[in-house]
Design a protein. Sequence first.
Length: 232
Amino acid sequence: MSPRPKRTTQVRNLQEAIKETAWKQIAEFGAAALALRAIARELKITAPAIYNYFPNRDALVTALIVDAFASLADAQLESLTAIPEQDHAERLRALGCAYHSWAVAYPERYQLIFGTPIAGYIAPEEITMPVAARSLAILVGVLQSAHAVGKLRTDAAYEMSPQLKAMIGTWQQARGPADEQVLFLALVIWGQVHGLVSAEIGHQFPPFITDAGEVYFHALELLIAQYIPEAI
């Protein structure tokens, strides 16, 4: 007599099917239109079957956000695997390319974690913040490594304001040792990269920009030349 399938396998498969269907609905109708009953109809299951795994829409949205942030961080970490740690410029380039590639491949995921908030939804920080911090921590690590050997240009025309220094200090306490200038540059670099990617996948460039990727990659090279030049 063959053994019965384990219930955990069945649960995992249904959970993944629910999330994959949710992503399809988000891609087609937007995150605000996400509805558990619509997912149940698509999967041809009863609504209570979904509630066993996701008691409400917000619980499902939170699970999707966690998965999206984890996928982004995994893509960035994987981009560094074949690049020597001492090749700081190439590692920064790889992170920038991986960020862009992931966003273009999964625009609905990118928009969910970085786009317009869903009305009425408040992300539980204790669940979403740790995984959200992963990809930024990878960037910080690359910059900190360059800074440690004097390869990161951190000179600035203006000193940080007391308020900015306090905010960066709070971040230092939360994440562990890292130079305050490194943390600040990580925010600046992410902000520039994020802005260009958001404009690209949101189709916000003027019509004469027929290849937004070319704009992005040229800007990435300017960032690298600015912060990790060949010789300092």
